[in-house]
Design a protein around this ligand. Sequence first.
Ligand SMILES: O=P(O)(O)O[C@@H]1[C@@H](OP(=O)(O)O)[C@H](OP(=O)(O)O)[C@H](O)[C@H](OP(=O)(O)O)[C@H]1OP(=O)(O)O
Ligand SMILES: Nc1ncnc2c1ncn2[C@@H]1O[C@H](COP(=O)(O)OP(=O)(O)O)[C@@H](O)[C@H]1O
Length: 312
Amino acid sequence: MLKVPDHQVAGHQGGHGQPGPLIDDSGRFYKPLQDDDRGAIEAAFYTSFSSNTRVPDHIRRFFPVFHGTQLLDASDGSSQRPHLVLEDVVSGRSHPSVMDVKIGSRTWYPEASEDYIQRCFEKDRKSSSLRLGFRISGLQLYGSEESGLWKPERKLVHNLSTDEVRVVLKKFVSSNSPTDPNLNPDCSLASSVYGGSSGILAQLLELKSWFEDQTIYHLNSCSVLMVYGKKKVLKGGSSDAEVKLIDFAHVTEGNGIIDHNFLGGLCSLIKFISEILTSPDECTTKVYLQNSDNKNEEILTSSNECTTKVCL
Ligand SMILES: O=P(O)(O)O[C@@H]1[C@@H](OP(=O)(O)O)[C@H](OP(=O)(O)O)[C@H](O)[C@H](OP(=O)(O)O)[C@H]1OP(=O)(O)O
Ligand SMILES: Nc1ncnc2c1ncn2[C@@H]1O[C@H](COP(=O)(O)OP(=O)(O)O)[C@@H](O)[C@H]1O
């Protein structure tokens, strides 16, 4: 029996005449092939990747398993259309926390149309992509038995400041309420989820070492999906945190060239996560001075225990 996943945090959702992804009970995720060349590019990527002997075995675990394509009724009931049949990387986790981080300071690439490049450039400029080399595309966090899941509206997470990105990455591994503006994230789960020999940081570092060498693919506009079952960790169980790369609708050939755009973004994400592990309490205090145009100018930045914005 196919159903609409409630754990989807970004990308094209079903509804308004648009088909969206489906899942089944056996742990499969069905992504409708997008129109134009995007669906074809993504299907070709999975086909090529699955049989590419140049991809080391230990790197394959960072990609959803691909089970081919299948003609299915679209989620909106409109018509039958081909779907990619993928491993559902969230399935099997109780109260999953999920974050989609789009990697790269630019999500456009020279082969795309002028119009597409312009739209991507605007999104990259307004979001943290240009500044940090990545942006949070969407997330859901499990709060508690009472509060349930927190899934902020996607538009709200798109244009976060650098400090806000840091806070969201901290909330992802905190046990106190993600929605209370008076609480600083406690980062109490950072060491079990981000840290350790099999935690998210270790996985990202393993991926990074592949991207330092691989020149087969350029993963334009691709995301790192970070997933873990929060309830288990809260109960003191070991973390099942996993990193998977998803969304290959804009992959181009590497032609012997390092994917600097992806590698740079990955390094930046790694730095943010490392800093949370080494100094979870550290936040930034910024002091602003209002200039003659009534604009706030930053005149001092220092790090200490809480985030304060002081306007003089
Ligand atoms: O259509 P939109 O405005 O929802 O834009 C999609 C983006 O959603 P956003 O607005 O950033 O939340 C969407 O971004 P997310 O995956 O949600 O971060 C994709 O960039 C999508 O492009 P493609 O499927 O990779 O070609 C984008 O689709 P296209 O604009 O390329 O069709
Ligand atoms: N294999 C998967 N398993 C579980 N969830 C997935 C998988 N692939 C994608 N998703 C979910 O769907 C969202 C959108 O996926 P994506 O491939 O980026 O779609 P789009 O091409 O529409 O942007 C992701 O943010 C994630 O929540």
